[in-house]
Design a protein around this ligand. Structure first.
Ligand SMILES: *Cc1c(COP(=O)(O)O)cnc(C)c1O
Length: 439
């Protein structure tokens, strides 16, 4: 990577942001893009290729966001571009079934052993919301269990934080969500086995499902411990609740079989009952899915009584993009190489910080990583949010000025693609080392 300038020109980004703010609330179409947490001017992306994007001022950035996960092959992968171009010429959307939907469903079911059937939708939010409706319909129960810090999209019942006590249900985290809508959502502390046991002892017979990000990328990067995940599985089975893995971020990102394949290595026979996917399966196009056992999935309309639908569901261009992406990640050694490269980034940053005496730790799985300006990896949301936001912001901006684009908030994970080279990683570590050393 060539040396990037310090304090890049941001005049066109700034002008675009001003224009955007006049018409689009906050100037953005999804809040984290606004740089509110870190301050400064969001970069308006003009184009991207491989591991890089270029902003409206012509500055180049090494991209560790990759559209928040989908771009696992980097931007503009030739095989994916070709598949999309071909699909576009055949038509954008039909509202009638297509062969590619069948192919994509076959591919997903083949690669993720817990799935017997899937339905395709257009966003992770929609997939998680639909999975919960289906879990409620299939069990005839109302209550759901989620964990603080896990994000499952922005549907009403999931915009909720912990109530004042364990026995109490959550309170909304967004205006516009009536308390009655979240009164069936129980919010527990991540990785806290005692809370989990107590909650199931109190409410187990009324719980339709437990939804979890197995490796949580929405509180930076926090893994569910193996004992905790083991208890999640056991308690769901014991109480007749469905265990839903939200693998919108981790699916085809941390391993070919998703995070569930990672836990299956430590917990023999481990499987969730349902899985929610998105991001990588669309390769950057609006596409997501939810799936599970045949017995549960057959309760969906038109077979069953649980309604779910979508005008653009299984869109022919999106499925072409997703299929091409899934074909590429199945090439031999893909995840070994991606995992090794991502580990080398985290190890390099950790060593650079240690050399300068800066507290730092990080973790990764496959092409997903997180780091903290802390001595020890946090285990839950409260610890993540208790970290020094100002120190993170200084690090973020120093890296941005040096042409490295990390997530603009300390509670977000980062992503490495197969287009990131060893020299990209070295340049990143070098830029961080210069910052840690104070120059
Ligand atoms: C991104 C994400 C979602 C929401 O997906 P959208 O496509 O943004 O609606 C849900 N769950 C997890 C774990 C995610 O990372």
């Amino acid at each position: 990577m060539e040396q990037s300038s310090i304090n890049p020109d941001t005049s066109r980004n700034t002008a675009l942001f001003e224009r955007a703010k006049k018409l689009i609330p906050g100037g953005v179409n999804s809040p984290v893009r606004a740089f509110k947490a870190v301050g400064g001017t969001p970069r308006f992306v003009q184009r991207a290729q491989g591991a890089y994007f270029w902003d409206a001022d012509g500055q180049r950035y090494l991209d560790y966001i990759g559209s928040w996960g989908p771009m696992i092959l980097g931007h503009g992968h030739p095989v994916v571009v070709e598949a999309v171009q071909k699909a576009v010429l055949e038509g954008f959307s039909f509202g009638a079934p297509t062969e590619r939907e069948v192919e994509l469903a076959e591919e997903i079911v083949r690669l993720v052993p817990s799935l017997e059937m899937v339905r395709l939708v257009s966003s992770g939010t929609e997939a998680a919301m639909s999975a919960i409706r289906l879990a409620r319909g299939a069990t005839g129960r109302s209550k759901i269990v989620k964990f603080e810090g896990c994000y499952h999209g922005h549907s009403d019942a999931l915009l909720v934080k912990a109530g004042s006590g364990l026995a109490t249900f959550g309170s909304p985290t967004s205006a516009g969500v009536p308390p009655e809508v979240v009164q069936h959502t129980l919010v527990l502390e991540y990785n806290n086995v005692a809370h989990l046991e107590e909650a199931f002892a109190l409410h187990g017979s009324e719980v339709a499902c437990l939804i979890i990000e197995p490796i949580c990328g929405n509180m930076n990067f926090v893994r569910a411990s193996v004992p905790f995940m083991t208890r999640c599985r056991e308690l769901c089975t014991q109480h007749g609740a469905l265990l839903i893995f939200d693998e919108v971020m981790t699916g085809f990102r941390v391993a070919l079989g998703g995070a569930q394949s990672v836990y299956a290595q430590s917990i023999p026979g481990f499987k969730p009952d349902m899985t929610v996917m998105g991001k990588v399966i669309g390769g950057g196009m609006p596409l997501a899915a939810f799936g599970g056992t045949r017995a549960v999935m057959e309760q969906l309309a038109p077979l069953g009584a649980v309604y779910q639908a979508g005008t653009l569901s299984g869109n022919p261009v999106a499925t072409a993009c997703g299929l091409a992406t899934l074909h590429e990640v199945q090439k031999p050694g893909f995840y070994d190489a991606l995992g090794a490269r991502t580990r080398s980034l985290v190890a390099g940053l950790t060593q650079a910080a240690a050399k300068a005496g800066v507290p730092f730790c990080g973790d990764s799985e496959g092409g997903m990583f997180g780091f903290f300006l802390l001595e020890q990896l946090p285990q839950n949301y409260a610890t993540v949010m208790g970290t020094d936001g100002l120190a993170f912001n200084r690090f973020f901006h120093a890296m941005l000025d040096r042409g490295v684009y990390f997530a603009p908030a300390l509670y977000e994970a980062g992503f490495v693609s197969s287009a990131h080279s060893a020299s990209d990683i070295d340049a990143t570590v070098d830029a961080a080392a210069r910052f840690f050393a104070g120059n």
